[in-house]
Design a protein around this ligand. Structure first.
Ligand code: BG6
Length: 509
């Protein structure tokens, strides 16, 4: 029987209203924090790419703002330098850059000054004010003031969308405070909370893999799966973000958002539609089913570490406190054994780990299937390994299924079986450049598709669960254990999974 194929493409922006929210295209982007690190490394290069490919409306403009006193020319120079530093030279035609720079304007704003906010609004045409996308890439402490400044300046129409960059608070209470402040002015459907992992192709591919194939889903539960591992390993250290990171630690910087979003996509039930409501309804169910940590389980099932000096590649790197230049008990590594209390995942542990200054940059989801119920090969001298599925998210992009195969031969000394990979390399299968995650997210913000953005109830479920872990660490007096930079974290992280007769999937390859 012919079935309809799963349509992962976006439907045209036709002004109709649907499950995907009211669809109208913004005429301008108002970018707060335009001189910041994120704008320089990600947002401006992404906007350049969108423009270069003709994906922005012809009369689209970007009004950049920050506290620094710059004029249009100085900001354009900043943007041009940022773009040249990121975009490969073969895509950098002078005419394309100049064309893009003409779309940029700069207005200095102090958001605490209402006159500044009114001047900012005056820099936009009336039609732009009515159909505006706003991106807040500033410290979250400024969100409330910025939002009320926007309202005061008449920039908060029902046709205005606002993108919020992380961190959305430091715990449940502060995240509620931010969300309340934003929701006093904007409706939920116009709030686009960013988790840049959702803009990554390989992360979206998790949905295609799970729900575009009939092969995996029947096994995707406690009958078929033994356990799942999610790793995000980074080689970078503090990268100059000392104040932010030292207050945050990897639990809040990486697990609260990126890792829990990956977990939700991997564990959720099939949504009935591929739209913002259906996908996020399923994700939030998973996030609410996470078993809360208590004192006992925090001690047993969490490991925290902090890197000391060590070697990565050929270079020696300093320890965390040396980089920071003061004593600190902030965790730069965390490993967790997590349970999802629902029918599908009963008894299936999820092991999560993430850390800075690991030996290699790798993000991966590893699915360990259960062994066959009875091996017919044992009496012929051959051992079986249970199937494994490796979803490498970055830097390589592949899906690898490990299956048992017979080695060719006459089997006089027994049947020889070997585990071999069925490989789907996305890099080889799909030529063309890899997009910056923010390209997708900025375009979705401009076009009004919130499927790949995080809803308030998700953020709050994430924080509630994270807060219990931090409370457990504090009450039980858990401190990070040292690990040498260039290793896979403290030895306790190995023990965490070894206790269950499993081991972390080797990520050296
Ligand atoms: C950010 C964190 O959200 O994600 C950083 O604040 C981290 O600490 C980064 O380095 C990792 O993102 P990516 O896309 O490089 O994996």
């Amino acid at each position: 029987m012919q079935r309809k194929s799963l349509d992962m493409t976006r439907s045209p922006v036709d002004g109709t209203s649907s499950e995907r929210g009211p669809l109208f295209r913004s005429r301008a982007l108002l970018l707060f924090g335009a001189t910041g690190d994120l704008a320089r490394r990600m947002l401006l290069p992404s906007l350049f790419n969108l423009h270069h490919e003709g994906l922005l409306p012809a009369d689209f403009e970007i009004l950049a703002t920050a506290r620094s006193s710059l004029n249009d020319d100085a900001f354009r120079l900043f943007a041009s330098t940022a773009i040249r530093a990121v975009i490969p030279v073969e895509r950098l035609a002078e005419s394309a850059i100049n064309d893009f720079l003409r779309k940029l304007r700069y207005v200095r704003t102090d958001v605490s000054d209402t006159t500044d906010c009114v001047n900012l609004a005056a820099a936009l045409r009336a039609d732009q004010r009515q159909n505006l996308a706003i991106f807040l890439s500033t410290a979250p402490q400024l969100f409330e003031q910025t939002i009320s400044g926007l309202r005061h300046a008449g920039l908060a129409s029902t046709q205005t969308r606002v993108g919020l960059e992380k961190p959305l608070g430091t715990d449940l209470q502060s995240s509620r405070f931010i969300n309340d402040a934003v929701m006093r002015v904007f409706a939920e459907e116009n709030i686009f909370r960013i988790d840049h992992y959702l803009g990554k192709e390989t992360v979206q591919n998790l949905l295609a893999l799970r729900f575009g194939n009939s092969l995996f889903e029947p096994l995707w539960n406690s009958s078929g799966i033994d356990h799942i591992q999610i790793t995000i390993a980074e080689t970078v250290g503090l990268e100059g973000r000392t104040a932010y990171f030292d207050q945050s630690g990897v639990l809040r910087d990486m697990v609260q958002n990126h890792m829990l979003q990956l977990l939700a996509l991997i564990a959720m039930e099939p949504p009935t539609h591929f739209n913002a409501t259906a996908v996020r309804d399923e994700k939030v169910k998973v996030l609410r089913s996470l078993r809360p940590f208590d004192h006992e389980s925090v001690l047993r099932d969490t490991v925290i570490g902090q890197y000391v000096s060590g070697t990565i590649g050929n270079g020696v790197v300093p320890g965390y406190v040396d980089e920071l230049d003061k004593a600190s008990i902030t965790e730069t590594f965390v490993a967790l054994k997590v349970h999802i209390d629902n029918w599908r995942w009963r008894g299936v542990p999820f092991y999560l780990r993430t850390g800075k200054r690991m030996p290699a940059r790798r993000s991966e989801i590893f699915v360990q299937f259960k062994p066959v119920p009875h091996s017919i090969f044992e009496e012929r001298g051959s051992a079986l390994s249970a199937n494994k599925l490796v979803l490498r998210l970055q830097p390589e992009e592949y899906v690898r299924l490990l299956v048992m195969t017979k080695e060719p031969g006459l089997d006089r000394e027994g049947v020889l079986l070997r585990e071999l990979p069925l490989d789907l390399s996305l890099t080889t299968a799909f030529s063309g450049r890899r997009r910056i995650a923010y390209e997708r997210l900025l375009l979705d913000l401009i076009e009004g598709d919130s499927t790949l953005f995080v809803r308030r109830d998700e953020v709050e479920a994430q924080w509630r669960w994270i807060d219990a872990i931090r409370a457990g660490w504090m009450r039980t007096g858990m401190f990070p254990e040292p690990y040498a930079a260039g290793t896979w974290g403290p030895s306790a992280a190995l023990a965490l999974i070894a206790r269950d007769d499993a081991s972390w999937h080797a990520l050296n390859t």
